[in-house]
Design a protein around this ligand. Structure first.
Ligand code: ATP
Ligand code: MG
Length: 239
């Protein structure tokens, strides 16, 4: 396994000066390929700030962010948007689907931005929708689907082109307990398939379902249940 995400001594300061807010305060962490990590913390602890950083939606005030071997800490907006398209599948609390597009068209949309041809686009999108159990709802619009189904469309959209990182920000925040279980089962399945899943939540029960839990408090890493060292590496290290 190799480091997919490497955050080195990152600070994020909003409103530098008298009223500054230190939203991230010397955060360092490494996430390897194929990990399933939950980032948990109370309101105001810095979760969204960290998510924006991880998702290349914002850059740190100081420190470095290496994603997939590339330093992305100081890139231009255009370069960041390219990286986002290539490296990250986003899942948001509010689904963020386009209301007047069908499920299939919603899943296809990011592939259009990536210049994928129509036939490949359709193939990848249908496959992703099948994976989340929505092959019978492909021609439905968001308003014709339940919250859980809409979130499954959003997951299909996030995974269609197999991005290295799946970044989910409170993905079950708007869902009832049945749909929450469905969504968590899908995320666990993606992890089992070898995808890297980073889940941001304030819910302990949800976080406990991940393999590793990183707790943040006042912009600092308070605890980290740690990376799991694969058996092969232990053996080569002579442990
Ligand atoms: N654009 C901004 N300008 C100034 N301060 C900000 C800004 N965004 C966030 N903050 C501050 O940074 C700190 C961390 O905020 P953040 O949104 O990351 O918290 P959070 O953990 O996501 O909280 P929640 O669970 O409520 O979403 C808070 O003190 C917040 O007030
Ligand atoms: Mg937040």
């Amino acid at each position: 396994m190799s480091a997919l995400v490497e955050i080195k001594d990152v600070c994020k300061i909003y409103n530098p000066g008298e009223n500054e807010v230190r939203a991230l305060d010397h955060v360092s962490l490494t996430i390897d390929e194929q990990e399933f990590v939950a980032i948990i913390g109370h309101s105001g602890s810095g979760k969204s700030t960290l998510m924006n950083m991880l998702g290349c939606l914002d850059v740190p005030t100081s420190g470095e962010y290496w994603l997939h071997g590339q330093d992305v800490s100081a890139l231009s907006d255009d370069a960041l948007s390219d990286i986002r398209n290539r490296e990250i599948g986003f899942i948001f609390q509010g689904f963020n689907l386009i209301p007047n597009l069908t499920a299939l068209e919603n899943v296809e949309l990011p592939l259009i931005y990536r210049g994928v041809s129509k036939s490949v686009r359709e193939e990848l999108s249908v496959e992703a929708l099948k994976k989340v159990g929505l092959e019978h709802r492909m021609d439905h619009k968001p308003s014709e689907m339940s919250g859980g189904q809409q979130q499954r469309v959003a997951i299909a959209r996030a995974i269609a082109q197999a991005p290295p990182v799946i970044l989910a920000d409170e993905p079950t925040g708007n869902l009832d307990s049945n749909s929450t279980k469905e969504i968590m089962d899908i995320l666990k399945g993606l992890h089992k398939e070898g995808r890297t899943v980073i889940l941001i939540t304030h819910d302990n029960e949800i976080a406990a379902q991940a393999k590793r839990v990183i707790k943040i408090k006042d912009g600092k890493v308070e605890s980290d249940s740690g990376q799991i060292v694969p058996v092969e590496e232990l053996q080569t290290a002579g442990a």
